[in-house]
Design a protein. Sequence first.
Length: 312
Amino acid sequence: MGTLLAGKVGVVTGSGRGIGRGIALALAREGAKVVVNDVGCDLGGRGTDADPAAAVCKEIAALGSEAVPSYDSVADFTAAGNIIKTALDAWGRCDVLVNNAGIIRDRAIVNMSEEEFDAVIAVHLKGGWNCCRHALPVMKEQKFGRVINIVSSAGLRGNFGQSNYGAAKAGLMGLTFVIAVEFMKGNAEGKYSITANALAPAGMTRMVGTIPGMEGRPVPPEMNPELNGPIVAFLASDRAAHVNGQVFGRRGYAYTLFQTPKPLAALYKEGGMSAEEIARNFDAAFTEHLSVPGIPQTAAMKQAQAAAAAKK
Ligand SMILES: NC(=O)c1ccc[n+]([C@@H]2O[C@H](COP(=O)([O-])OP(=O)(O)OC[C@H]3O[C@@H](n4cnc5c(N)ncnc54)[C@H](O)[C@@H]3O)[C@@H](O)[C@H]2O)c1
């Protein structure tokens, strides 16, 4: 067992399955005690089942570390408080918070219901904020804390049929930047070792299993959801004290660092410009820099989608 997180207590939401399970195990492998939070719902957020969280606690015990289950929903403010309280009741600390719990209800925006939008925002964005709101005062008291928010390329770049999910994940990224700024050295709360970072993970989980072309496919080793765990364990550790407000990615065996949006080009005229002046000068200033929205598709992804479309 590693020692990167010896003495630390972590809370991983939605860690009864998939990517969250891999993260909970990775924290435990580095010596952390872990609250395995999971309501045990279906992919759309319906139903509850205690088994997934309990099963991961058993796996952590088998590794030689400690874990306690939590079945509260991140989407409810008071229940989210109970998730953090579970860590305090068990071990008196909460050093690491990984906001990972998630659901999807995909549909093209012209057909999406308000309920489908609200349900997804409630878990990813409000749920992330809820847990941060309860954990950060504890972290401040301890003068140590690490928040890792699990985001997605759907929010970084856009993805068809995911206006609820993409908006929630982009919001979670914005939340990450704001927490990072509030606790950054030189700012009001900067005297504490508290950081917030984001990770856009990847893994063949039930969430990905519903994407057209992915159903029933065997899991290639580079799509193992456990591969996301080590970078989260690093970001949670003392060794990552200098890493704050960054967005990382994981694809295959590569960990990537995303560029934070920054101005690429500018149109300038003293006193401002009219719409007509912008129209006249736009192409010369901006067109070569315009990006194509959406997640860049690999040849394999295009092939899988074409095969799925041909089947319909
Ligand atoms: N799988 C991928 O490739 C991928 C890519 C990008 C982002 N993500 C993100 O990674 C995270 C984990 O996804 P996954 O693929 O492991 O999915 P998953 O469905 O296997 O796991 C999500 C878990 O969250 C739990 N959960 C849902 N709502 C909850 C709530 N209100 N409170 C507590 N727990 C709740 C579920 O019961 C489930 O066990 C999500 O935030 C997802 O958006 C996944």
